[in-house]
Structures are given as structure tokens and as C-alpha cells.
Design a protein around this ligand. Structure first.
Ligand SMILES: Cc1cc2nc3c(=O)[nH]c(=O)nc-3n(C[C@H](O)[C@H](O)[C@H](O)COP(=O)(O)O)c2cc1C
Length: 389
């Protein structure tokens, strides 16, 4: 098998290793996947500007994100159900992030408890992500455990009042855990390494909620997630209550507009993630990169703005930073690394982005990533070259 030198190579390798319905679960988006495609395409529409005659002999990709020192401005986005592709799933992903020197945002929808994940990652940075739960008491207890486990930052995801309709999953009859059907048995036989991982790790449950919510076992997890994990009645009032009860940094993930970013600021959030959930929620919304400038304009002086969705190259990281993001997060790309080679694969994906970002810094004449601004863009007037996504 040829060496993987780009994130697209990892995707190709992951595709070979995983049954189609699992690959589709990771890869797919809502509806016609126009937003999913736009996320990646938007980056390509922002041309970069070279600058020569600058001393770039000594360069650094290190920076800080909400007071966490990171060796590159790329964090691992919270993603649930990683156990579908690896026996040690979230624990290995957190280790991969630690190995590369960055933050791991642990999803609460994990087969491993937050204590297992933070222990696995050693003393490096692990943040904790939660949806606004229906049962406030359950949410508060889990949040308390995350604080005790050493998580400095709580990320509350606000773009899932209801779970998006992902056509590929519906077409594949996707269920979690995978149902034993003739087709799945056939797929399992064609992918023995994946089957070994599936059969030898812990059961696919939401470990953080074990014992707190009696129905978490037995109920199909997808249905469980729809019925319990998210709360369509959540308003900024509840989010403000969550913010007040959390002692550390508080980030709102899943805003696309200046108005929502201002609401996050008003409730006392320290940061927002400009995100459309990787194109998995409302198909038809603009690419995250397209939405970024207006959010930065509205709140960028008062809070840190992060972005996720479609980051596949070091130059994409540079573009997002140039448009005002403090850092980016990646979702699918680290699943590809995880599926291919566990912790090492996750770290390798991050190292690939670091290598590419470092090169881009040299060629745009900005030796320190913290100094990246619009001067690295070909047209550095507001929103130039972005189109509408
Ligand atoms: C398989 C999968 C599971 C996800 N699970 C969660 C989750 O539990 N919580 C959350 O806030 N976002 C979740 N997301 C969204 C990611 O955090 C992130 O917004 C998105 O993946 C970024 O886009 P990218 O995959 O193009 O990098 C998930 C995304 C994927 C692909």
C-alpha cells in the first residue's frame, strides 16, 4: 500500500478498511450534501499571497487556544461513536492528540468514560463536549465528573436541537450497534480487521451516562441519542445556566451567524466554534469558512473564534486563521487516522497538517503562526474571494 502523504490518502485507506455503511456514517452529510461539499470547496476559493525576502529560517506553529498551549492550531473536534472504527477509540484519539501536542475535545457520546479518556491522554489538554441534555440533573452530574477529571473547558454543542437527516445512513439502514444482517455479516467478513476491533473492545454504549440513565442499554443508541442526548426546547436561558455552573472556560459550538455568536457572548461564553456540524445538520447552510468573517467581525475582539468543517490541508488552517479564527478543529480526518492506525494514525494526520502549515508559513513570509493575518490572502479585503458558499 503506498504511503499516506495527505489527508485524502488517509481517507482512501480508511475507506478500504471499513465496511461501506461505517465509512458512510463518518463521511456523509445531511440531505444532498451541498453544505458538506461547500465546506471543503470554500477553502479553495481563497487564494493565498506569497511574500519573499523575509527571514523565515526559524518558524513556529505553536500558539494558545483559550489559555491552552498547543503545538499547532488544530484541535480534534468532538465526535461520538468512535468505537465503531477502533477497539480503543476515544482513548487512542486522545493519545494521538497528546502525542502531537494539541487539545482533544472528548465527546460525551463515547463508549469510554471521560475518566478513561483523560487518563489515557496523560496530563495533556482534554476538553469535554456535551449537548444540552433533556435531564438537567444527569447533565450536571456528568459535567461535574468532567471537571473532576481535569477538563479545563466545556464545549456545548447547540446545532443539534434535533438530529439531522443523513440520507446515506437512512439508505444503509444504519443502526448502532450494527445489526446482525446478512449484508453486515458479509461486510464483516470482507473487513476482518474491522470485525476484530468491533468484537474485542468494550460494548458500544454511552459510558458517561451508564447508571444515570437506565434506558441507555438495550435501546438502540441512535434512538437513544435522538430522544435523550439532545433537547429541542433548549434556549439561551438554559445555556446561561450551564455556563454559570461550569467553573472553567465555556465554548459554544455550532454557530454560523453574528447574532448567535453575540448571544453566546452575552451568556458569558469564552469562545464559539463556527460550525455547521460538518454538513450533517441543515443542508443548504453556507460553508463554515463563508460564515467566519461576519462572526469574527461581531465578537472577535471579545472572545476566541474557532472554526471546523472541511479543513483538509495546512493551507486551509492558514486561510481560517487569516480570516480571524484562533484555531480550527478537524472531525472526519482523525477518524481516518484512527481507522488506519489508531493513536499513531491520529498523530500522523495532525503531523501532516503541521508539515503543510509550516511550509505555508515559510512561503507566505510569516514565521510565527500567531502573526498570521489577512496579509497572507491574495485579496485581503473583507470576505474577498469567498462567494456565498
Ligand atoms: C462521525 C461524526 C460524529 C460526530 N459527533 C459529534 C458529537 O458527538 N458532538 C459534536 O459536537 N459534534 C460531532 N460531530 C461534528 C464534529 O464535531 C465537527 O463539527 C465536524 O466533524 C467538522 O467537520 P469535518 O469532519 O469536515 O472536519 C461529529 C462529526 C462526525 C463526522
Amino acid at each position: 500500500m503506498p504511503r499516506s502523504v495527505s489527508l485524502a490518502d488517509y481517507r482512501r485507506q480508511a475507506r478500504r478498511r471499513l465496511p461501506q455503511f461505517v465509512f458512510d456514517f463518518v463521511d456523509g452529510g445531511a440531505g444532498d450534501e451541498t453544505t458538506l461539499r461547500a465546506n471543503e470547496d470554500a477553502f479553495a476559493r481563497v487564494p493565498l499571497r506569497t511574500r519573499t525576502g523575509v527571514d523565515v529560517a526559524s518558524r513556529t506553529t505553536s500558539t494558545t487556544v483559550l489559555d491552552n498551549s498547543v503545538s499547532l492550531p488544530v484541535l480534534l473536534a468532538p465526535t461520538g461513536l468512535q468505537r465503531l472504527v477502533h477497539r480503543h477509540a476515544d482513548v487512542e484519539a486522545a493519545r494521538g492528540a497528546a502525542r502531537a501536542g494539541t487539545v482533544y475535545v472528548a465527546s460525551s457520546a463515547s463508549a469510554f468514560s471521560i475518566e478513561e479518556v483523560t487518563r489515557g491522554a496523560g496530563h495533556s489538554h482534554v476538553w469535554f463536549q456535551l449537548y444540552a441534555w433533556r435531564d438537567r440533573d444527569v447533565a450536571d452530574r456528568v459535567i461535574g465528573r468532567a471537571a473532576d477529571a481535569g477538563c479545563s473547558t466545556l464545549v456545548v454543542t447547540v446545532d443539534v436541537p434535533v438530529v439531522g437527516l443523513r440520507d446515506r445512513d437512512l439508505r444503509n439502514g444504519m443502526s448502532i450497534p450494527p445489526r446482525i444482517t446478512a449484508r453486515n455479516v458479509f461486510e464483516g467478513a470482507r473487513h476482518p480487521r474491522w470485525t476484530r476491533h468491533l468484537l474485542t473492545g468494550p460494548p458500544i454504549t454511552f459510558k458517561n451516562f451508564e447508571g444515570l440513565v437506565p434506558a441507555s442499554r438495550g435501546m438502540a443508541l441512535m434512538q437513544y441519542a435522538n430522544e435523550k442526548l439532545t433537547n429541542p426546547a433548549t434556549t439561551w436561558v438554559e445555556l446561561e445556566r450551564m455556563r454559570r455552573s461550569w467553573p472553567g472556560r465555556f465554548v459554544v459550538k455550532g454557530v454560523l451567524t453574528a447574532a448567535d455568536a453575540r448571544s453566546a457572548l452575552d451568556i458569558g461564553a469564552d469562545g464559539v466554534v463556527v460550525s455547521n456540524h460538518g454538513g450533517r445538520q441543515l443542508d443548504g447552510v453556507p460553508a463554515s469558512l463563508t460564515a467566519l468573517p461576519a462572526v469574527v467581525e461581531a465578537v472577535g475582539r471579545d472572545m476566541e473564534v474557532l472554526l471546523d468543517g472541511g479543513v483538509r490541508r495546512g493551507i486551509d488552517v492558514l486561510r481560517a486563521l487569516a480570516l480571524g479564527a484562533r484555531a480550527v478543529m478537524i472531525g472526519r480526518p482523525y477518524w481516518w487516522g484512527l481507522a488506519v492506525d489508531g493513536e499513531r494514525g491520529v498523530a500522523a494526520v495532525l503531523e501532516t497538517l503541521r508539515r503543510e502549515l509550516d511550509l505555508a508559513l515559510a512561503l507566505t513570509g510569516v514565521p510565527r503562526v500567531q502573526d498570521v493575518d489577512r496579509s497572507v490572502l491574495w485579496e485581503h479585503s473583507a470576505g474577498a474571494g469567498l462567494g456565498t458558499g
